[in-house]
Design a protein around this ligand. Sequence first.
Ligand code: NAP
Ligand code: MG
Length: 488
Amino acid sequence: MPCEDVADLGGMIFVEGAFRPGAGPRVAVENPATGEVIGHIAASTAEEIEAAVAAARRAFHPWAGLPARRRAEVLHRLGDLIGADADAMARIMTLEQGKPVNEARGEILKLAEACHFYAEEAVRVHGEIVPNDQPGFQSLVVREPIGVVGAITPWNYPAELVGWKLCGALAAGCTIVIKPAELTPFTALAIAAKVAAAGIPAGVVNVLTGKGSVVGQALVEHPGVDKIAFTGSSAVGLHIQQSCPQVKRLSLELGGNCPMIVTAAADLDAAVKGAARRSFRNMGQICIAINRIYVARPVYDAFLEGFARAAGALTIGNGLERPDADLGAMASAEPLAKTREHLSDALDKGARLVAGGAAPQGAEFASGHFFRPTIVADCRQDMLVMSQETFGPLVGVAPFDTLDEAIALANDTPYGLAAYAYTRDLGEVQRLSAHLDYGNVALNSVDAGIMNAPYGGRKQSGVGYEHGREGMLEYFNFKHVRLFHGEV
Ligand code: NAP
Ligand code: MG
């Protein structure tokens, strides 16, 4: 079966190396730019969940036992196949998620990059010989793959957030059962089609569609799943941690409430450009989106003026018809409703609207989930836009007087995912990088993540890392082998 587009993938699950029609009830998937139903997925049944976990368990030892070079070869092949089909895969993503096709293509290409990166890492897994505390002994620390991974992913980056788990796990020698978000299942199924074409052995990768609270929860509770790799909201992450009935390895990439600081020593043009990009890209539906901005009082008005202009210049469109638009539809009604709620809370509490504030007008936007990039100024910390993750195209701005005050405001949150700052003052650079209590700090740039550095949150933003060597270490157990040989 070719499984090249949504029509082929509808109703399918991917178990033991093959697509099969799911037995469960069908669930509609919508195009968020038009409200049209693009296809249906099957709600996986208890038997299908059992079958997928059993297939992953059977595949684990043979896969883990392959020479690393073999695992690397198929991961490279997977990256090549995904890269070669980026256009078609991007269209599937846009259809279900709403982001413009050019941006979706960029995400698919980054997924391909992740395949190649972890293929390269796979052959560089080594252990250590550590000094012993007595003569006649030798201590080896070796790395062994954990086993079967349950991967549960959200809808904002439907390819990359599946891919980081898939590639890290496979490179380490684990097998995986993936439960993608209900809103964006087809991208994950399209990845499964490439897994099959790449010749990855049956059972190593499985994809189950259906509701998180049923299928995701079943993976969390399944004694045959050795680790859960989850990306999503802090509330569901905490629920997973609390509802796990066995001791189980967890990595949780959760919500953020990311601050940006612009000091009087900033390159203001660069700060404005960065703020516009990282506040609104993907309609603000990014865990590392800028949620709130603190600006030094002497440059406050100038920053706001430039930022409002930059936000107003961003183009919005149906992502399929306008592949090069800056922004597409939001993924569903839910994040749009939260954006509106945070906006009216801010305005009710005295914030000043300086850009956006409503949906764009016109027939093109009439039945989709659209909103204009929105900026509110003179915000206080007790407004929802400052204290909670909005996950939409809304950002709050407030002035500050001292850098210590700005850092304290930035850290005044239960979250700790990413923080941004613009300054050309070396002392300020040092203080910001030392005192911002975040897993990712980007200075004079808003691109916090690169493939070969660890990416992860602290506090309520999660535990564990993706990207980089650290992202693969999440899929290993360490074993200490202590040998007495008697030689001195
Ligand atoms: P979500 O509601 O937490 O859902 C994430 C995934 O968990 C979905 O696949 C969902 O399935 C599933 N799920 C829901 N309930 C579950 C349960 N009881 N047991 C197991 N799985 C369950 O998050 P979202 O609304 O999709 O995504 C937005 C959130 O993700 C934001 O808070 C954002 O910050 C966070 N995020 C974090 C990162 C990061 O790297 N830290 C990256 C991207 C997004 P269904 O879709 O079927 O309900
Ligand atoms: Mg949700």
